[in-house]
Design a protein around this ligand. Sequence first.
Ligand code: GUN
Length: 263
Amino acid sequence: MNTLGKRALIKMIGLSAVSMAVLTACGKKEEAPAAPAAAPAAAAPAADKLKVGFMYVSPIGDGGWTFQHELGRKAIQEKFGDKIETSMVESVPESADAERVMRDMIGQGNKLVFATSFGYQDFVQKVAADSQGVKFEHATGYKTADNAAVYDTKTFEGAYLAGIVAGAMTKTKTVGVVASVPIPEVVRNINSFVLGAQSVDPSIKAKVVWVNEWFAPPKESEAANSLINGGVDVMYQNTNSPAVLKTAEERGARAFGKDGDMS
Ligand code: GUN
């Protein structure tokens, strides 16, 4: 996908969510001050800081989805300076561990929680229901609540463009996808990639291998190898690591990075 577009969107989502929460948390209004403004404090007192927690499904060094979110966390920390305090927990499975980590974040005073993986959805709903003073942002889900919103990016647009390039480059007339977890977003990306390739040549065939995990470099490589063995010469991937690209390089095939610049 378009790496810059993705990065900019994640940053924008983070900035807008945090701006709203900072305004709410501090009760600020956009009005001219009635009295002469007091000298600005050197640093916001700790109690005024909005604490923002990020929960990640893979390590921050994954080179993809989590790495880009981590760049977003650092960007909002830089943008809002001492008005906010951010923290993160990496490699949190999409299981009861997610609920534990979010409750822990809330216990530590976080008032805005970014649950950055699709499989956290039901745990966000559960924790949000009894954490009314806390706001949640969940990645790409479809369940919301008064204090739980969803954010998403149009990754399918980049997938379609990648498909057009793949369609123009494939010599075997067979393109492939290493797919992660079967959720709507991933299915959309696969469909977009294949439709993009077939817009160049309708006779192009597509093969898909599911690894059923977001971050599993050995399985991602194995899936890429089996696609190549099956005649695929250009691949798209929706997993978090650059393993598919690495395998493509070793095997003389081609592949697109998705969440980050994996070239
Ligand atoms: N968790 C890890 N990677 C992804 C991704 O690409 N999309 C969503 N929704 N969650 C993820």
